[in-house]
Design a protein around this ligand. Structure first.
Ligand code: 1HN
Length: 349
């Protein structure tokens, strides 16, 4: 490891000459952009408690009519990345969105991809490319990059969902923008999770041998995902993790090019120690309570809480209940890292 020259070792008039020509010497900055062994990380392990968010979100419902918000969302910002930047991790935006009975959020499309996970309330829906997707607790709804989407609410109580977007990445690429559209005519009811992709292992015959659809399925109903986790438990070793990936049913690959989606069931009293991953992640608690150690920082989570896991972090997940399983949704940026060919897994350390 060579000792690199520093800025103060360079003559002031030389530095002035560089600056006047928009030039910067690399060597004084090299270690900060290219540290040894592990990346430099500003992201912190951080917990957002739903107990804290809920009253503030309901207050937003009183303070700001939906027409003045377009999307009534409180962003979950990682203080290590600067609150004003609205980043949960370097690549993942997270928000909690409130929609009140009878309200609607107008139709638009944008370059960032989004996924929603319903936190509470019944009767909400998102229409994606003309497909009306019901939103019940734990349901996952994809709105991939460039797909028209709008929200509505036909129920009686407030509906809240978590929005996850690849916005920090797309914004960094100076590529984030949005287009407003007319409300969409409905193409079909029910949605494809109930019709064309009702069961794993089966796809509509006509799709065989064709170019695989990029986004054949927008909705993953929680009641079925939860059953699938319970079924996988029966075939998971005591030291294994009950962990399912959400995939595109036509390709078997990731649902979205940027965001990875998966769900973990922690058995009663279980402590899971997943491999250390180069990807950053956000974990949302669909059901249950427990605690996690993230790079030595202890986080005690409850149902509907959300926490951030920085890149390369050590992570443990403990279900505090000895009677009930806990269910977690994991949103990560592993798909981006795989495409960039540097995704890594390390033994827990
Ligand atoms: C957006 O379009 C939605 O469509 C939610 O519900 C959150 C955060 C940033 C930018 C666009 C939505 C968003 C968003």
């Amino acid at each position: 490891m060579a000792e690199l020259g520093t800025l103060d070792q360079l003559p002031a008039d030389y530095l002035d000459d560089l600056e006047a020509r928009n030039l910067v010497p690399l060597w004084p900055n090299l270690r900060s952009v290219m540290p040894y062994e592990k990346p430099a990380r500003k992201s912190q392990p951080v917990l957002w408690r739903y107990r804290d968010i809920r009253p503030l979100l309901l207050k937003a419902g009183e303070l700001t009519p939906i027409e003045k918000a377009e999307r009534r969302v409180l962003s979950l910002a990682n203080p290590g990345l600067g609150l004003e930047n609205m980043m949960a991790t370097p690549s993942i935006y997270i928000g909690m969105q409130l929609i009140l009975p009878g309200e609607s959020a107008p139709c638009h499309k944008h370059t960032p991809a989004a996924v929603r996970c319903v936190v509470e309330g019944s009767g909400g829906f998102t229409t994606v490319e003309g497909e009306k997707c019901p939103m019940e607790k734990g349901d996952l709804i994809l709105t991939p990059s460039g797909t028209w989407h709008e929200h509505g609410h036909q129920g009686a109580d407030p509906v809240v969902w978590m929005d996850a977007l690849d916005m920090p990445l797309v914004y960094y690429l100076e590529s984030s923008y949005c287009i407003d559209g007319e409300s969409q005519p409905l193409r079909n009811v029910p949605d494809a999770s109930q019709t064309r992709y009702r069961r794993a292992g089966l796809v509509p015959y006509a799709s065989l041998g064709k170019a695989r659809a990029p986004y054949p399925l927008y909705r993953y109903p929680w009641t079925e995902v939860r059953q699938a986790l319970r079924a996988l438990e029966a075939d998971t070793a005591a030291d294994g993790i009950v962990w399912l990936a959400y995939v595109n049913p036509e390709t078997g690959g990731e649902c979205l090019p940027t965001l990875g989606l998966s769900t973990v069931m922690l058995r009663p009293g279980e402590t899971a120690r997943p491999v250390r991953r180069s990807a950053s992640a956000v974990v949302h608690v669909i059901e249950g309570e427990g605690e996690s150690l993230i790079d030595g920082v202890e986080i005690a989570w409850e149902e509907d809480d959300t926490f951030a896991v920085p890149t390369h972090a050590d992570l443990s997940l403990t279900n505090r209940s000895t009677a009930r399983p806990a269910y977690l949704l994991v949103v990560d940026d592993a798909p981006i890292q795989r495409k960039l060919a540097f995704y890594e897994e390390f033994p827990p350390g």
